[in-house]
Ligand binder design. Structure first.
Ligand SMILES: [Zn+2]
Length: 266
């Protein structure tokens, strides 16, 4: 599932490509992905609107429009945005007045598109914890010190910190040398500092490479993100650890496949 780096990549690419463009028409090929309002209203209220800003909150994209409304896009499992698109696999196509098309694809139909008066009032957005890049090391350490939960599910808890999912939690913990089942509250000051550093470094590096294409995620151009080749533990069960050669282990933690090195992560 796309996480912060993938959604941030799309945000930056959308910003370059569609801000200032006017939506001429919206074609809905599969109404299931449109959660709010009804399909006809969705189409009617988007027609004629110009995209003024593109924002990201956690894993949600927000397109602010000249009409005062906003289109929120949560890609969930298999959502894709492709520009310029050809409409072939799209669930919803946004046709701009210059003749180009933004395609929204979603094989599994879990994605959520909403046209809202105020995106800030969306319950999902209101429940989000702070963005990783907006935190200081001190604030992060303070947040950890009061949590007795295991560190990996905590990093993935969107109410605790927003934007990190299963893949990046695994990569961050490996690089910080912290076992995924450690309790957050017992981490030492130095471990908390290292964890904060790795949260920032891993996410920033992943954005630099356009995110990780491990499933359906693609960049706006339709090309795959390149960060997968820098993964150190995710999806590497049984392969030698890149630091110590011990085979990488996979366990289930909080219902999610969790990859780690039993020697490097203590
Ligand atoms: Zn190792």
């Amino acid at each position: 599932m796309p996480e912060l780096p993938e959604v941030e990549t799309l945000k930056r690419e959308l910003e370059k490509n569609i801000v200032g463009k006017r939506i001429r028409q919206v074609c809905v090929h599969h109404p299931a992905v449109i959660r709010q309002p009804g399909v006809e209203k969705f189409k009617k209220e988007l027609a004629g609107a110009t995209v003024t800003h593109v924002l990201r909150k956690a894993k949600v994209l927000i397109l602010e429009l000249s009409t005062g409304k906003s289109l929120t896009i949560h890609l969930k499992m298999t959502g894709q945005l492709v520009y310029p698109g050809n409409g072939k696999a799209s669930r919803v196509s946004f046709l701009f007045s210059d003749g180009k098309t933004l395609d929204f694809n979603d094989q599994r139909l879990f994605a959520e598109l909403r046209l809202l008066d105020d995106w800030r009032s969306l319950p999902f957005i209101q429940g989000l914890g702070p963005e990783p890049f907006e935190l200081t090391a001190q604030q992060f350490a303070q947040m950890l010190s009061v949590k007795k939960t295991k560190i990996k599910p905590l990093l993935m808890d969107q109410a605790f910190i927003s934007g990190i999912g299963n893949l990046y939690a695994a990569e961050i913990l490996f690089r910080a040398g912290i076992h995924p089942e450690r309790s957050a509250a017992v981490l030492t000051g130095r471990e908390k500092e290292e964890l904060f550093k790795q949260v920032n470094e891993v996410l920033r590096q992943a954005i630099r490479y356009g995110g990780s294409s491990v499933d359906e995620y693609v960049r706006l151009s339709g090309k795959r993100g390149d960060y997968k080749k820098y993964h150190k533990v995710y999806d590497r069960e049984g392969l030698p650890c890149l630091s110590c050669k011990t085979p990488i282990k996979r366990t289930a933690l909080g219902g999610r496949g969790t990859y780690f090195c039993p020697r490097c992560q203590v």
